[in-house]
Design a protein around this ligand. Structure first.
Ligand SMILES: [Zn+2]
Length: 252
């Protein structure tokens, strides 16, 4: 019976992922996310309901538009699968709870931000604002977890990056600052710190790999949003384990 729940959560995730694909494509292009309905971006052919089925439709269509044969980006099934997988892991870790739902909401926001930041090197205010509204609603629903911890997380996450931005003379984007503040509101101040720490670590490793592979040069701007997002997910799942490990280590 438990298996069925996991499968349903995964499928729910792929459906949300399908919606995130629309968000990722249209928000940076300043298009409406509700109108017009999904269509091929080349020939404008309207997608049939069967073409909207996450992941599977891509496989059935062999990655091409049914009408004009235009290649469909692998990003579409990738985002759908990834979102399904993340929802599954969070549900597996936290069970069906409001806390798990708050993390599922946050992870959907992070998926959208990651793919937009990679392609357009921006983190749209619309998405940050949506995240903030969700964050405030979840703080009210989860009031038994306390509020102060999360308000501090919000101030600390945004504050540290703002400070780095001022010191480095704008080396940190405004979107990253807002994103870290948003994350703090969801995860509290402790996991905000582990998120920052892991993000810097991943950013350094990722940057070196991209430069070695010659995907980027030292002078290129490398978006930090994807690293923050990945670090946040790791912190949600394993942040307290890492903190305990660290505290055990410094106590000897
Ligand atoms: Zn087409």
């Amino acid at each position: 019976m438990m298996y069925l729940q996991y499968i349903l959560v995964f499928i729910f995730g792929t459906i949300i992922g399908s919606f995130l694909n629309v968000v990722i494509y249209r928000i940076p292009r300043k298009e409406s996310i509700v109108y017009p309905p999904s269509h091929c971006t080349k020939c404008g052919h309207k997608l049939k309901p069967v073409d909207l089925f996450p992941v599977l439709s891509y496989i059935l269509l062999k990655g091409r538009c049914r009408h004009c044969g235009e290649k469909i980006s692998i990003r579409y099934p990738a985002v759908e699968f990834l979102t399904g997988f993340i929802f599954f892991i969070i549900f597996y870790h936290f069970g069906l709870s409001i806390k798990a739902l708050s993390y599922i909401f946050l992870s959907a926001v992070l998926v959208a931000i990651t793919f937009i930041d990679i392609e357009h090197k921006i983190i749209p205010n619309k998405i940050i604002l949506t995240g903030l509204i969700g964050g405030i609603i979840f703080r009210v629903l989860l009031y038994n977890y306390g509020i102060l911890d999360y308000v501090i997380g919000f101030a600390l996450g945004g504050g540290i990056l703002l400070l780095i931005s001022i010191i480095s003379g704008g080396g940190m984007g405004g979107g990253d600052i807002k994103l870290m503040a948003l994350i703090g509101l969801f995860v509290g101040w402790k996991l905000t710190l582990t998120t920052l720490f892991i993000a810097v670590l991943l950013g350094a490793i990722g940057g070196i790999i991209l430069i070695i592979l010659k995907v980027k040069t030292r002078k290129d701007y490398i978006p930090f949003g994807p690293y923050i997002s990945m670090a946040c997910l790791i912190s949600i799942l394993y942040g307290y384990d890492l903190l305990n490990l660290y505290i055990g280590y410094i106590r000897g």
